[in-house]
Design a protein around this ligand. Structure first.
Ligand SMILES: [Zn+2]
Ligand SMILES: [Zn+2]
Length: 103
């Protein structure tokens, strides 16, 4: 089961505001049990917490805003992309630095 934990999306370190999954717990569907992917709003919260936005002035920890300066629902796609890229790079580096782990 460790391999599954390693591939866990870092968004699960936050509590999910959608299904109220506790930090570290996977998101759940009401009918189907655990989801493989975190809820979009949980991903957005993770993106907001760790990544600056290139589209609007929002920095890490600050939600995206529209042109008028009103907080928007979700995040700019560029911000989500940047967060995913950073995560993918970190994951790559991490697996490269671990010696003797079978792939
Ligand atoms: Zn959830
Ligand atoms: Zn933004």
């Amino acid at each position: 089961m460790t391999s599954r934990a390693e591939r866990r999306h870092p968004a699960v370190e936050q509590r999910c505001g959608w299904c109220h999954a506790a930090p570290g717990e996977p998101c759940t569907n009401r009918r189907n049990g655990p989801r493989r992917e975190p809820h979009p709003s949980r991903r957005d919260a993770w993106v907001v917490a760790h990544t600056d936005c290139t589209t609007c002035p929002a920095q890490a920890g600050i939600p995206c805003t529209t042109e008028g300066g009103t907080p928007m629902t979700g995040v700019h796609p560029e911000r989500a992309q940047a967060a995913d890229d950073t995560y993918a790079t970190a994951l790559e580096n991490a697996s490269r630095n671990v010696k003797g782990r079978p792939r």
